[in-house]
Ligand binder design. Structure first.
Ligand SMILES: Nc1nc2c(ncn2[C@@H]2O[C@H](COP(=O)(O)OP(=O)(O)OP(=O)(O)O)[C@@H](O)[C@H]2O)c(=O)[nH]1
Length: 266
């Protein structure tokens, strides 16, 4: 539907189900809920609705006052998680067209912080949320639907200075960054103690640290100067072979970027 066709759409007053099955590969169903639905209502069959649900997408209007939406978000997530802890929670901060880039980032940071704090207050700090800035006037919604990485956060570090030269597009929180910096220190320190050669960081350097909150830190050498450090949930680390294969593709690609630059410099 083009954006101008959405101008006069009637308000959603019941659950509307849409089949996305015109592609041979990605097939799913979208259940569109009316904004005013009451999850506490006993006639709302949450076991049936959340039981078979893969992802819950909560849409917050960025142009509106979002206090009420955040309260509703907390109640919805709490209820859905109780029924089905495997649900992935995605937040679309929607209608961000016409908002300056600074305000977009500020809204995302504020909503992220408050939504995470609210859930932590409700004792649900283990729930991970993903946030996306979306608008019907560009391809951001399709992009947000496409993102499905099992890795929460990844940094490409310059090992010596601990400056990261690249990261994924989710916001950087200071704690994750510090955690990854600390991991580099631990790896280099241990490796300096035990390595028989002079180099504490070489192409065999890798490390895996399991934290006590079901989180895994995974570090791999990319080249002489760079390391990739990833944060991921333990349940997403069940196929290490696939992750390692993807890492090797990534390392090759980075290698090609630097080769190209060297050639150009010559
Ligand atoms: N500027 C802008 N307007 C949008 C965007 N998405 C939807 N709208 C407009 O918002 C109006 C109503 O859409 P929404 O508020 O998203 O509707 P809704 O929240 O699903 O409302 P219910 O159907 O009542 O649940 C329509 O006129 C759309 O054209 C967007 O990304 N940017």
């Amino acid at each position: 539907m083009s954006p101008n066709e959405t101008l006069f759409l009637p308000s959603t007053c019941e659950i509307v189900k849409d089949d996305i099955n015109n592609s041979s590969f990605v097939q799913f169903q979208i259940w569109d809920f009316p904004g005013q639905i009451d999850f506490i209502d006993p006639t709302f069959d949450s076991d049936m609705i959340f039981g078979g649900c893969g992802a819950l997408i909560f849409v917050i209007d960025a142009k509106d006052d979002y206090n009420e939406a955040l309260t509703k978000f907390k109640n919805t997530v709490t209820k859905a998680y109780k029924v089905n802890p495997r649900i992935k929670f995605e937040v679309f901060i929607h209608k961000v067209d016409g908002i300056s880039d600074d305000s977009k980032m500020e809204s995302q940071r504020d909503i992220h912080q408050r939504a995470t704090d609210d859930l932590a207050d409700a004792g649900l700090h283990q729930i991970r949320l993903s946030f996306h800035l979306t608008s019907i006037y560009d391809h951001s919604i399709f992009e947000a639907f496409s993102k499905n990485s099992g890795i929460e956060k990844a940094f490409l570090f310059d090992v010596v200075s601990k400056i990261y030269i690249a990261t994924d597009c989710s916001p950087v929180d200071m704690q994750s960054y510090e955690l990854c910096c600390d991991m580099i220190d631990v790896v280099i320190d241990l490796s300096s103690i035990y390595s028989t050669e002079d180099l504490a960081f070489d192409n065999k350097t890798s490390s895996l640290i399991k934290l006590n909150n079901n989180t895994i830190l995974y570090l791999r050498e990319v080249n002489k100067f760079l390391a990739l450090v990833c944060i991921l949930r333990e349940e997403n680390f069940n196929k290490q072979g696939v992750i390692d294969y993807n890492f090797l593709c990534f390392r090759d690609a980075i290698g090609q970027v630097f080769e190209l630059r060297l050639k150009n410099q010559k």
